[in-house]
Design a protein around this ligand. Structure first.
Ligand SMILES: Cc1cc2nc3c(=O)[nH]c(=O)nc-3n(C[C@H](O)[C@H](O)[C@H](O)COP(=O)(O)OP(=O)(O)OC[C@H]3O[C@@H](n4cnc5c(N)ncnc54)[C@H](O)[C@@H]3O)c2cc1C
Ligand code: SF4
Length: 333
C-alpha cells in the first residue's frame, strides 16, 4: 500500500485567505478534490509540508450565465459531475458536458473539480509510478529525481502529456481563466496558459490560484464535439483526445463553415491547436471533403510520443480515425 507523506492542512474560507496563506507558506500546495495531487504525493513526486484545501471556498462553486459580459462563468470548485449534468452547459457547450462526463469514474467526477482539471499535472509512463519503480530505471527522470528524459533522451524539456479531457475542449471554445494572486486578478486565455515544458507546464505565477473558467457564449450556430480513446472506457485517462468546433452561417447540415477549431491533447505538455484548416472555410458542413481535409491536416500535424502507453504510430492513426468519424457524425446533425 502506498502511504501519504506527513503534511499540515489549512482550510481557508475566502480567496483572500488562500492568497495570504500561499504568501506565508511559499512551498504550500493547493488541493481541491485531491484526485490528482494525492496520488502524486503517494508516489513521492513531491513532498510539500503544507496543503491548502480549497474545499471551504463556497464562493467558487457556481455556474452562472452572465449575459452582460457574454460569458458562462464556472467557479473553479465546481465538480466535474455537476458540469456534466448542468442544463446550461449541455445547451450552450455540449462538447464540455461530454468531456466532463468522460473523466475517470462517477466517484472521481463527484470529487474532482474543474480548477484541478485545468491545473492537472502532466503525465508520463516514466514518472507516474511508485518511487520504487522509478528507482529501477536508474533514479527517475528530469521531472522526478533524475537528470535525463527517457522519452526524448537528448531533450532538455519534459514532454510529459497534458491529459486533461476538458482542456482541449475549453481551448476550442475560446475559454479563459481568472487567476487571483498577490498582484490581484487577471484573465488569461486558455490557449496561452500552457507551456511546452512539463517541468512547469502552466503560466500561473507564484502565489496564484484559478478562481473561475469563463466561456464566451456562442454568437453563431455551431457544431461541437469531443472524442476520446482510452483502453478502459470507464476510468482511464485519454490516450487520444480531440476537441472540434465548427462555426456555421446557419442551422442546417448544409450551412457554410465560417470558422473551425481542432485542439488535440495527450501529445506533449501543451495541447496542439491544429492550423492550416482554411480549405474548409465556406464549404457546407455536410460536404464529405470536410471530414477528410480536417482529419488529414490533424494527422499530419500531430505526432504522438512514447510518453503515455500504447504505440505512438497507432495513436496517431486513431487521431485521424476519431477526428474523421466525429466530423462525419456532426455533418449528419
Ligand atoms: C484513476 C484516475 C483516473 C483519472 N482519469 C482522468 C481522466 O480520464 N481525465 C482527466 O482529465 N483526468 C483524470 N484523472 C485526474 C483527475 O481526477 C482530474 O483531472 C480532476 O479533475 C482533478 O481535479 P481535482 O479537483 O481532484 O484536483 P487536485 O488533485 O486537487 O489538484 C490537481 C492540481 O491542480 C492544482 N489545483 C487545484 N485547484 C486549483 C486551483 N483552483 N487553482 C490552481 N491550482 C489548483 C493542485 O495544486 C494540483 O496541482 C484521473 C485520476 C484518477 C485517480
Ligand atoms: S517526458 Fe521525460 S522528463 Fe518528462 S516525465 Fe517523461 S521521462 Fe520524465
Amino acid at each position: 500500500m502506498l502511504r501519504l507523506p506527513h503534511f499540515q492542512v489549512s482550510a481557508p474560507t475566502t480567496v483572500e485567505e488562500v492568497v495570504a496563506a500561499l504568501k506565508e507558506e511559499p512551498g504550500a500546495r493547493l488541493v481541491a478534490g485531491g484526485t490528482d495531487l494525492l496520488p502524486n504525493l503517494k508516489h513521492r513526486l513531491e513532498a510539500p509540508e503544507q496543503l491548502i484545501s480549497l474545499g471551504r471556498l463556497t464562493s467558487l462553486r457556481g455556474i452562472v450565465r452572465d449575459d452582460a459580459a457574454g460569458v458562462l462563468r464556472i467557479g473553479s470548485q465546481v465538480r466535474l459531475a455537476e458540469i456534466a449534468a448542468d442544463p446550461q452547459v449541455a445547451e450552450l457547450f455540449p462538447s464540455l458536458a461530454t468531456s466532463a462526463g468522460l473523466v475517470a469514474s462517477p466517484s472521481i467526477r463527484n470529487t474532482a473539480t474543474i480548477g484541478g482539471n485545468v491545473n492537472l499535472d502532466v503525465r508520463c509512463r516514466y514518472v507516474n509510478q511508485s518511487e520504487f519503480w522509478r528507482g529501477g530505471i536508474g533514479g527517475g527522470c528530469l521531472k522526478s529525481e533524475g537528470d535525463v528524459c527517457h522519452v526524448v533522451p537528448k531533450g532538455r524539456n519534459c514532454v510529459a502529456a497534458m491529459s486533461s479531457d476538458n482542456v482541449p475542449v475549453l481551448i476550442s471554445l475560446g475559454a479563459s481563466l481568472v487567476l487571483v494572486g498577490p498582484e490581484g486578478a487577471r484573465e488569461v486565455a486558455m490557449a496561452d496558459y500552457y507551456r511546452a515544458d512539463g517541468l512547469r507546464h502552466t503560466k500561473a505565477e507564484e502565489g496564484e490560484l484559478t478562481t473561475e473558467v469563463r466561456i464566451p457564449l456562442p454568437t453563431t450556430p455551431r457544431r461541437v464535439d469531443y472524442v476520446k480513446w482510452a483502453v478502459r472506457k470507464s476510468i482511464d485517462f485519454p490516450l487520444v483526445s480531440v476537441a472540434l468546433r465548427f462555426d456555421l452561417d446557419g442551422e442546417g447540415v448544409d450551412a457554410a463553415i465560417t470558422a473551425v477549431q481542432v485542439v488535440v491533447g495527450v501529445l506533449g505538455a501543451k495541447p496542439r491547436q491544429v492550423s492550416r484548416l482554411e480549405a474548409v472555410i465556406g464549404r457546407a458542413m455536410n460536404d464529405p471533403e470536410v471530414a477528410l481535409l480536417v482529419s488529414e491536416a490533424t494527422f499530419k500535424q500531430c505526432k504522438p510520443l512514447p510518453n503515455v502507453p500504447y504505440e505512438p504510430a497507432y495513436r496517431r492513426q486513431m487521431i485521424r480515425v476519431y477526428t474523421r468519424r466525429a466530423i462525419q457524425a456532426l455533418a449528419q446533425g
